[in-house]
Design a protein around this ligand. Structure first.
Ligand SMILES: Nc1ncnc2c1ncn2[C@@H]1O[C@H](COP(=O)(O)OP(=O)(O)O)[C@@H](O)[C@H]1O
Ligand SMILES: [Mg+2]
Length: 437
């Protein structure tokens, strides 16, 4: 894989019009691509129709309002396809004042750069997904933090980490982050929103268990090389307990345990610190490989818990109204008693279900685009019945509290819990639900 300087030179060779700044930028953006791939993307394309129309308008402006200016401009536009504006003006009407460019429109140069940016992102994705045998997927989520309700501390922490990566303050960046908490608390959702916000390439190691079984160890090395070459990258591993769980009974001649061992080794390679950030999610940190939890691999642990207060329910609910583009003027705080107070302890996924139920109710009552009113929300809150294994959820919540690397991230009721209390409660629940899923 070419290094930064080589990629910058490849960009310059591909398109001599690029400024030094552009070349630097492309060198960064194209990390993970081969020089020949960079060249093929950046080499200027033949003039597009759009450019023709623009040239024609420019020439028409030069020719003024004389008879047949339109027809002449059309012909001249075809003949001047490889000339720049100064040359065209010199040729067509050296004494005319060129039409003033519309300051609201991007210049052709800016447009070309934008198009190149889009192409690089698209091609890079295609090339890397192919070179990674479909085991790696680029994450390009629709939503950012604007639709994540509450979790202010977590969002802030994550953004500080992303900034440290972008600015190369590597010692400030954890090797890996673990999101723990029961299902439906937003681990996957926040990870994806983070991918959108952080400004870093984000990839997901796909469907580990079943897929990697077929991967040869040679392929794996190639993939790890690609990841390293991308640099400044967030690598998401969802449902980490399944990906890295117990490998004893695999029955594939040990391939998957070797693959997993190699990935673990890669995750603890400190020379990647600050350049590759692993984000692992699980609701069963107790089943996660102990090596992985050891300090030095996933060294920041963030608890995801069910909402604890009516105010938090309202923050999440408002975010979900935005996300689902639901029409309503209801101020949720005014129906706190019958609505948000009832939903305390629900998962965020449950809260979403309640809101969607209210929306359906409104549509049934007054038609497709009717706004959702007080009584729809209140009715949905009564009607919705979360099906759940409460003991298991309690256990997952306590595990998340137990793993948390910071008391600051815990709600009041846990921040003051003594380690002995926590331990006793965990032990009690483990005895009841330790083997349930
Ligand atoms: N903080 C939040 N604000 C708004 N909606 C959320 C939030 N967290 C989760 N959700 C909603 O709940 C759904 C389930 O969350 P998800 O990330 O799948 O949970 P997990 O991965 O922890 O099981 C998401 O699709 C999202 O719509
Ligand atoms: Mg999830």
């Amino acid at each position: 894989m070419p290094d930064h300087d080589t990629r910058r030179d490849a960009a310059r060779l591909a398109d001599s019009r690029l400024t030094d700044k552009d070349c630097e930028r492309y060198a960064g953006m194209t990390a993970g691509l081969k020089a020949i791939q960079i060249a093929s993307i950046l080499t200027p394309q033949p003039a597009a129709e759009e450019e023709f129309a623009e040239r024609e308008a420019f020439i028409k402006g030069l020719l003024g309002s004389g008879t047949d200016a339109g027809g002449r401009a059309h012909k001249l536009a075809a003949l001047t396809s490889n000339m720049n504006r100064d040359e065209i003006k010199e040729l067509v009407a050296p004494t005319a004042t060129p039409p003033a460019p519309d300051p609201n429109l991007p210049t052709p140069y800016e447009r070309a750069r934008k198009e190149a940016d889009r192409l690089i992102a698209k091609r890079k994705r295609e090339i890397l997904e192919r070179e990674c045998f479909g085991l790696v997927e680029f994450v390009e989520p629709a939503h950012g933090f604007d639709v994540v309700g509450g979790m202010e501390e977590v969002k802030k922490d994550l953004m500080v980490i992303a900034e440290s990566i972008r600015e190369g303050r590597t010692s400030r960046v954890p090797m890996g982050i673990l999101f723990t908490g029961p299902m439906g608390t937003g681990k996957t959702f926040v990870a994806e929103a983070f991918a959108k916000e952080c400004g870093l390439t984000t990839i997901k190691l796909k469907n580990f268990r079943s897929k990697w079984v077929g991967a040869t160890e040679g392929n794996l090395e190639k993939i790890l090389n690609v990841i390293r070459a991308i640099g400044q990258v967030v690598v998401i591993i969802d449902e980490g307990d399944r990906a890295f769980g117990n490998t004893d009974s695999e029955g594939d001649g040990g391939t998957s345990s070797r693959v997993i061992a190699r990935i673990k080794e890669f995750m603890s390679d400190t020379s990647n610190r600050g350049r590759i950030l692993f984000l692992v999610m699980t609701n069963r940190p107790d089943k996660l490989d102990v090596d992985l939890k050891r300090a030095g691999r996933l060294d920041r642990k963030i608890p995801f818990l069910y909402v604890q207060t009516p105010e938090e329910v309202e923050l999440v609910a408002k975010a979900l109204l935005r996300k689902n583009k639901i029409k309503t003027d209801v101020e949720l705080a005014t129906i706190r008693d019958g609505f948000s107070s009832k939903l305390v302890g629900y998962s965020n996924a449950d809260i979403e279900a309640v809101i969607l139920l209210a929306n359906e109710d409104a549509a049934r009552e007054s038609g497709g685009d009717a706004a959702v009113l007080d009584h729809h929300f209140l009715r949905a809150a009564v009607d919705y019945f979360p099906s759940r294994d409460q003991e298991l959820l309690d256990y997952m919540e306590l595990l998340a509290v137990f793993e948390s690397s910071s008391r600051r991230l815990l709600p009041a009721k846990y921040a003051s819990l003594t380690p002995e209390d926590l331990d006793a409660r965990l032990r009690h629940l483990r005895a009841i639900v330790g083997n349930r899923r």
